[in-house]
Design a protein around this ligand. Structure first.
Ligand SMILES: Cc1cc2nc3c(=O)[nH]c(=O)nc-3n(C[C@H](O)[C@H](O)[C@H](O)COP(=O)(O)OP(=O)(O)OC[C@H]3O[C@@H](n4cnc5c(N)ncnc54)[C@H](O)[C@@H]3O)c2cc1C
Length: 382
């Protein structure tokens, strides 16, 4: 009998997580004027307030500014914040992946320096992985580090770096420069650095998205000096580390809740006695949401057990982004309208914003094809 390749055990939230939900909702109500739609805004004051409540780095050890709470309590905080459209961007990357990767691979000095600041909502991290010609093919990175006296010199460029223009640090993925013939192992020499974005030699240029907004950037690095103490993990261990960082990125419940407010608006518009077709279409979306949520909760359960649910996270991200892309399509079928970004009517502007945002869901954090490759490997098919 073959052992199952994926594990999605049913999980019940423990009482302390259920109790926390009310507290989070009250906090959100108090900050109602900051809640937005479809993309968490960048607001350092809000992140500091979250830090004060102990809602960043919730599962990290207390000695590094964490709170040693369960993955379920963390889940509840994130779930409520995402559903409300809270401005999480100033701390979300640090909380979700940079902090956990520092905790796993960082030196004692790095843990003591970075983690308490991230947990306090004081320090913003961004993700320095993608480059021109190396997005999915991360191993093809051309950014190079050379060892010099007291540190490293780094040259290269990064692309699509969300919030680089507002962040303090990036976890930069690159390779050590090699002399002579290239190593046939495409992961050889891969290395990560904790890169201060104010370092001399760094130029950050905006890239506008479909909505005309400045969310992501190009970063150019020319002879950027990074001191020894900011090497993350080990030289040459970068592939192992970046894969771990991506797994942290994909295990969060933020892949199916971004358009929750549009779903809620659709339910409101359908009213208390919708016709059969409307009820069936909305019922299907809500049933899918409930299923995704149970799957995502069982990932929180595995994280709580100290497991690494990488394959399960890839499944939820793939299904979740498919789901998110379906919501505006179903909305337009049920309640047709001419999309208009600046429309006064909430639904009309939501439709415009969500339709223009939808393509990104299945690209960021690994494209659909890449995730399905991971899933196929998890099933033993490749
Ligand atoms: C909103 C948004 C925010 C982002 N933020 C960041 C960020 O903060 N930091 C960061 O580093 N990156 C970020 N990215 C970049 C993102 O990770 C990459 O866009 C993504 O990994 C795809 O890389 P690419 O754009 O180079 O496309 P490519 O890798 O060129 O892919 C193009 C197409 O080819 C397909 N493809 C590629 N390789 C294969 C394969 N082996 N098998 C089958 N199909 C394949 C892909 O699925 C895709 O459909 C962001 C992207 C978006 C949309």
């Amino acid at each position: 009998m073959a052992t199952p390749m994926f594990r999605f055990d049913p999980v019940e939230l423990p009482p302390e997580a259920i109790a926390l939900r009310q507290e989070v909702r009250e906090f959100i109500k108090k900050h109602d004027d900051l809640m937005g739609f479809s993309r968490g805004e960048f607001n350092r004051d809000f992140s500091r307030a979250m830090g004060k409540n102990g809602w960043i780095g919730m599962t990290w050890p207390k000695q590094y500014g964490g709170h040693e709470r369960s993955s379920f309590e963390r889940y509840v905080v994130i779930e409520e914040m995402l559903a409300a459209g809270a401005p999480l961007s100033a701390h979300y990357t640090g909380d979700r992946q940079s902090g956990p990767n520092i905790l796993r691979f960082g030196t004692e000095e790095q843990k003591q320096f970075f983690l308490p600041k991230i947990a306090a909502g004081e320090l913003t991290f961004c993700i320095g992985m993608s480059e021109p010609n190396s997005g999915s093919d991360l191993a093809g990175t051309r950014t190079r580090a050379v060892k010099v006296d007291g540190g490293y010199k780094i040259d290269g460029s990064k692309l699509w770096t969300s919030n680089a223009h507002r962040a303090d640090y990036a976890i930069l993925f690159c390779k050590m420069a090699q002399e002579g013939q290239a190593d046939p192992d495409r992961h050889a020499g891969a290395t990560q650095f904790l890169l201060p974005l104010k370092s001399p030699g760094i130029e950050i240029r905006p890239v506008r998205n479909l909505l005309g907004e400045h969310h992501f950037n190009e970063i150019f690095l020319t002879d950027v000096f990074v001191p020894d103490w900011l090497l993350l993990g080990r030289e040459g261990n970068g592939w192992n580390q970046v894969t771990s960082e991506l797994a942290f990125e994909r295990s969060a419940p933020d892949r199916f809740l971004v358009l929750f407010q549009l779903l809620r608006e659709m339910v409101r518009m359908a009213g208390p006695s919708p016709d059969r077709a409307t009820a069936a279409a909305l019922g299907k979306l809500i049933a899918q949401l409930a299923t995704l949520r149970s799957m995502s909760l069982s990932i929180a359960g595995m994280l709580q057990e100290g497991l690494q649910p990488n394959n399960e996270s890839a499944v939820v991200k793939d299904l979740g982004t498919r789901y998110e892309q379906d919501i505006p399509v179903v909305a337009r079928q049920l309640f047709p309208t001419e999309p208009e970004l600046e429309a006064a009517e909430t639904y009309v502007s939501m439709i415009a914003r969500s339709t223009m945002n939808a393509p990104r869901f299945s690209i960021q954090g690994g494209t659909r094809e890449i995730l399905r490759g991971i899933i196929a490997r998890g099933l033993g098919l490749r």
